[in-house]
Design a protein around this ligand. Structure first.
Ligand SMILES: N=c1c2ncn([C@@H]3O[C@H](COP(=O)(O)OP(=O)(O)OP(=O)(O)O)[C@@H](O)[C@H]3O)c2ncn1[C@@H]1O[C@H](COP(=O)(O)O)[C@@H](O)[C@H]1O
Length: 110
């Protein structure tokens, strides 16, 4: 099975390729045509559905809702021109930095 990041990179490429496509043939093209507000709204809805699945449904539902949420997040990144590699780099930069320590250093700065 492909690595998670490879799947997300491939999906991102597919999503970008749908820009300007036929909204009757591609759900992604339909989302792009409806604009960033709609894409962000769909991501928000899928995020809430993921929370509901985690709190009151089973692992299968949580898995499916997580996939919906990730797909819509990638459409949002594509619409905003954020490449997945940028996000991987940010996550890599944070590797080994405790979230607790990072928050403390922010409090000192502020
Ligand atoms: N991973 C996904 C994916 N996950 C969810 N969805 C679609 O997201 C939609 C969510 O349904 P909703 O009823 O919530 O959304 P909606 O119909 O816009 O509802 P409203 O907001 O209009 O009320 C469904 O049509 C799902 O099929 C996805 N559509 C596409 N992909 C991937 O994107 C690729 C390209 O898809 P197309 O652009 O459709 O060719 C596919 O091969 C998949 O790999």
């Amino acid at each position: 099975m492909a690595q998670g990041s490879e799947i997300l990179e491939d999906l991102y490429k597919t999503i970008v390729s749908r820009r300007g496509g036929d909204p009757d043939k591609s759900y992604t093209a339909k989302l792009f045509a409806r604009g960033r507000g709609k894409i962000a709204q769909k991501f928000g809805e899928e995020s809430v559905e993921t929370v509901i699945a985690a709190l009151s449904e089973g692992r299968e539902e949580l898995t499916a809702e997580s996939a919906d949420m990730l797909y819509h997040l990638l459409v949002l990144w594509a619409d905003c021109g954020v490449e997945p590699a940028k996000v991987w780099a940010e996550l890599e930069r944070r590797l080994g930095v405790s979230g607790i320590d990072e928050k403390k250093s922010r409090a000192k700065k502020g």
